[in-house]
Design a protein around this ligand. Structure first.
Ligand code: R5P
Length: 309
């Protein structure tokens, strides 16, 4: 792995350090600073000529700062003549606007893909994209991992008697089915409506949840409204307790407080987005080894498919 160099932006240094430790490497030397007017300046402080370079950065809040930092770092890297640059993006932000479902709206997931490639990424390694089709927004290779194996191993240890996996909206059904098959458990779907961004109304619960331990699975939690409303609806429909599991804990605004005071018994998240001092309702599982293995496979040109579910 001598020719492999790993750098990190500022968005999730804890995860980047864990990944580097797993690979027995030190993070590459890089300085990222702000001019007084807020402009970002990056200096790569070691020779990367001919190297296989990985830059780790989540597009988590503050989203625009972190995205811009990644773009400018990619530009600095590509101008220093590495052999290849892989942008490792544990959380790919701006992914929810992935189609033109109303007139005169942007497709930000595609815009971000264009920006990353223009800035210098030759390859992308990411996790739990809001829609797997976003891979097709890139004309460079994308390795798309899932945190499901890590979350399922944790859930299995709970030895549930009658678990049912719940998709909190139709978009999550495929993921929920994969969880239900592997745990194993039943499958239910919550019929969610969203008339305004960030506001949620639960219409129906489809499937039998009576007497079951319900586990809601989602790719991300932002305001927490989807998870909280779904948990209440499941309890009303007879579930005995409700767990939540998601890959990306965006946890915007007062989401942490709302989840702490909600009917969710435990919320299992990963460290694609960093948080400190979370209340005990949250359980954080690390994706560092999974990403570390993927980086190793990409660098050594071995198959990464063993890491996919
Ligand atoms: C929606 O399609 C996503 O998968 C999540 O369910 C949603 O983004 C969660 O948002 P919030 O926590 O704000 O309800």
């Amino acid at each position: 792995m001598d020719n492999c160099l790993i750098f990190s932006g500022n968005s999730n240094i804890v995860l980047a350090e864990k990944i580097a430790n797993y690979l027995n490497k030190k993070l590459g030397s890089i300085k990222i600073y702000r001019f007084k007017d807020g402009e970002i300046c990056v200096k790569i402080e070691e020779n990367i000529r001919g190297k296989d370079v990985f830059i780790i950065q989540s597009n988590c809040p503050p989203v625009n700062e972190n995205l811009m930092e990644l773009l400018i770092t990619l530009d600095a890297l590509r101008r220093a003549s590495p052999r290849r640059i892989t942008a490792v993006i544990p959380y790919y932000g701006y992914a929810r606007q992935d189609r033109k479902d109303q007139p005169r709206v942007p497709i930000t997931a595609k815009l971000v893909a264009n920006l990353l490639v223009t800035a210098g990424a030759n390859r992308i390694l990411t996790m739990a994209l809001h829609a797997p089709q976003i891979q097709g927004f890139f004309d460079i290779p994308v390795d798309h991992l899932f945190a499901a194996p890590i979350i399922i191993n944790y859930l299995r240890e709970k030895k549930f008697k009658r678990p049912v996996i719940v998709a909190p909206d139709v978009g999550s059904v495929k993921m929920a089915r994969a969880f239900a098959k592997r745990l194993p458990g039943g499958l239910a779907i919550v019929d969610k409506r969203r008339d305004l961004p960030d506001e949620v109304e639960i219409m129906h619960v489809i499937g039998d949840v009576k007497g079951c331990e319900a586990i809601i699975v989602d790719d991300l939690i932002s305001t927490g409204n989807t998870m909280i409303e779904a948990a209440d609806a499941l309890l009303k429909n007879g579930a005995i307790e409700v767990y939540g599991a998601c890959t990306h804990p965006v946890l915007a605004g007062d989401a942490i407080e709302k989840i702490k005071n909600s009917s969710i018994k435990e919320l299992i998240i990963t460290d694609t987005i960093p948080h400190q001092n979370l209340p005990s309702v949250f359980t954080v599982l690390s994706v560092a080894e999974l990403l570390g293995e993927a980086i190793k496979s990409i660098h050594l040109e071995t198959t990464v498919s063993k890491l996919f579910i």
